[in-house]
Each structure stands twice: as C-alpha cells, then as structure tokens.
Design a protein. Structure first.
Ligand code: ATP
Length: 308
C-alpha cells in the first residue's frame, strides 16, 4: 500500500509535484500515467526516499520508506535499469545487492528464474540489451520478496514478447496480493496492464479511477467536421444541442448530434464542409483530452494512431 497526502515537490520556482493525494492499493496493478515532465518520476523518487518532499508525506506499507529497517523486503523498485556495474555478471550483481539484506544465493537464483535471465545470468551486464537490463532491474526489485513494487516505465526497451511477459508478470504479482505501481506515458499500454490508473498532468492529479471507468468515459462518439466556416457552423450546431470543441483552426469535434443531422444543418445554411467523419473516441484520445493542457513540450501533431 502506498499513501500520499498533500505531497509536494518544488525545485526552485518550479513545482514538479503539486499537493497530491492518492492511495495505491494491494492486489491490483495501478498505472501511473502522465505526459513527459508531469512529475511521475519525482513522485516515485519521493516514495522511495530518494527525494525529500517540499510538503506533505508519502508512506509505503504504513511507514516512510527510510523508516523501514530492511526496505528491500518491503519495496522493490525499478527506476534506472542502467545503474549497474558493467563488468559484473548479472548473478554477481544480484548476489552483491542480496548481501546488503542478508538474502541468500537461493533467492538470487529464484529471481533469475522468475525474470527469465537463466541463459545470461553469468554474462557481463555491460553487454546486456536494454530489455535484459530491464529484466535484471526487475530481478533486483524482487529480491526481497516485497509486498510493494514500484516500476518506472518498465516496458521501455522491451521487445513485443518482453512487453507481453512484463504485463503478465505484473498481473501475477498483483494476484499474489502485492501492490504494483507502474508508470508509463502510454495509455494504450496501461489499458492492457492496469486495473486502476492515476493520471498526472503538470504535477496535479487529473484522474484517479478504475481503467473500466476511464474506458466507459472514452466511448463517447463524436464527429469530426472540417469547414472554412467554423464559427458559423459551431453556432448552428450548438443551437441543435450539440457540444462543439475546436481541434484545429478549421476542424471541430461534435458530440451529441448525428453525422446525418450535422450534414443537413450545414447544407441548409449553405456551409461548405470538407470533411465529416464519425469517430469513436479511443482510450488514447480520452487520455490526451484529460492531459491536453498539461503537456510541457508539445509537438504539432495532434492525432495519434487510434490505439486500444
Ligand atoms: N532535479 C531537478 N531539478 C529541477 N527540476 C526538476 C528536477 N527533476 C525534475 N524536474 C522538473 O520537474 C518536472 C517533473 O519531472 P519528472 O521527471 O518527475 O516528470 P515525469 O512525469 O517523470 O516525466 P518523464 O516521463 O519525462 O520522466 C519537470 O518539469 C522536470 O523538468
């Protein structure tokens, strides 16, 4: 269980995490989502006692991380998979970390098996691919058989098989009753892995809900309408009870009105329409809509591939 209250982190004038409250519960996978720079890593670092909050607090399994006598046995974390001595073998690296907590070689070999590292366990970590490095990071996280796992962007660098493996693995850890908290900037990834998501935008929580709820909310149908007479058509459609939001200078998204009715209204008023496309909003779009105002560095591309 992870509990944050009024958790805040400021770096000079910049507020990276702004007074957030949340609880991550055992027995399920909780996804931590947000665009780059939203504050996910900073929050995870505070959970793990690597950064001091400027305000508020966060507890893991009932206590601040630093107050646990054997933190590896409470919390397993995967933050930066590259932070490993390159000359050591994977097994020796695990043995070295295990020794700090009086964890024996038997458990080291167990986690090697759990993470599928048997064939490379005696190879130098320096030659590992990113995916193998991620598996090794996970093996370290699991050494103490912790009740809580915190994984920062764990699918980064994994090949498609690795992604499927990690997804199943995260779910099996949660099924054992553990708290599994993993970050990602991809909603589509979380939709397949997490039971619950907490979405961060510019240091604030913009959603904290079961994935099923976000999916249900994402299914509102809309119609994309491209026209050079945006203002005029918007007024006409709103008079019909539609909700119209502007996506681009000449493009609107229309809800609560059928495409056929939009066409009739436009034709009746002599409004030129270049495009009229009924669209079902994908989960990815729902996520983008939630975080639209919170992206620090925006590209000019606005419509990602539909991805569910
Ligand atoms: N040590 C630091 N000093 C100053 N600013 C920082 C520091 N660490 C993070 N920030 C700023 O805090 C904000 C949140 O960063 P953070 O890395 O937590 O975001 P994130 O959601 O994890 O993003 P990413 O996916 O890019 O890692 C960003 O604006 C970042 O530039």
């Amino acid at each position: 269980m992870i509990e944050a209250q009024s958790l805040t982190k400021r770096y000079g004038a910049k507020t990276a995490v702004n007074n957030i409250d949340f609880t991550v519960r055992p027995g399920q996978v909780t996804g931590f989502l947000g665009p780059n720079g939203a504050g996910k890593s900073t929050t995870m670092r505070m959970i793990l006692g690597l950064d001091r909050p400027s305000g508020g607090f966060v507890r893991v399994n009932g206590k601040a991380y630093a107050r646990h006598h054997a933190p590896l046995r409470q919390v397993g974390a995967l933050l930066d998979a590259k932070a490993v001595h390159p000359g050591r073998s994977a097994r020796n690296h695990l043995l070295a970390v295990a020794a700090t907590h009086r964890i024996g070689a038997k458990r080291v070999d167990e986690v090697i098996g759990l993470t599928g590292l048997e064939s490379v366990a005696r190879k130098r970590v320096g030659g590992f691919s990113l995916g193998m490095g991620q598996r090794l990071g996970l093996a370290v996280a699991l050494l103490g058989d912790p009740a809580t796992l915190i994984l920062d962007e764990p699918v980064n660098g994994l090949d498609p098989d690795g992604v499927v493996w990690l997804r199943r693995f995260a779910r099996s850890l949660a099924a054992e009753g553990r708290t599994v908290f993993l970050s990602s900037h991809l909603m589509s990834e979380m939709a397949q892995t997490a039971d619950h998501v907490i979405i961060l935008g510019r240091g604030r929580i913009v959603a904290d809900a079961p994935v099923s709820e976000i999916l249900a909310g994402a299914d509102g149908d809309s119609v994309r309408v491209r026209t050079p007479q945006v203002e005029h058509l918007t007024r006409l459609l709103e008079a019909e009870g539609a909700t119209v939001s502007r996506a681009e200078p000449d493009l609107v998204s229309v809800k609560n009105l059928a495409a056929s009715r939009i066409a009739e209204v436009a034709a009746g008023a002599g409004v030129v329409v270049y495009e009229l496309t009924p669209a079902t909003r994908s989960l990815e779009e729902a996520y983008l809509a939630l975080t639209r105002d919170d992206v620090e560095y925006r590209t000019t591309q606005t419509s990602p591939e539909v991805n569910r």
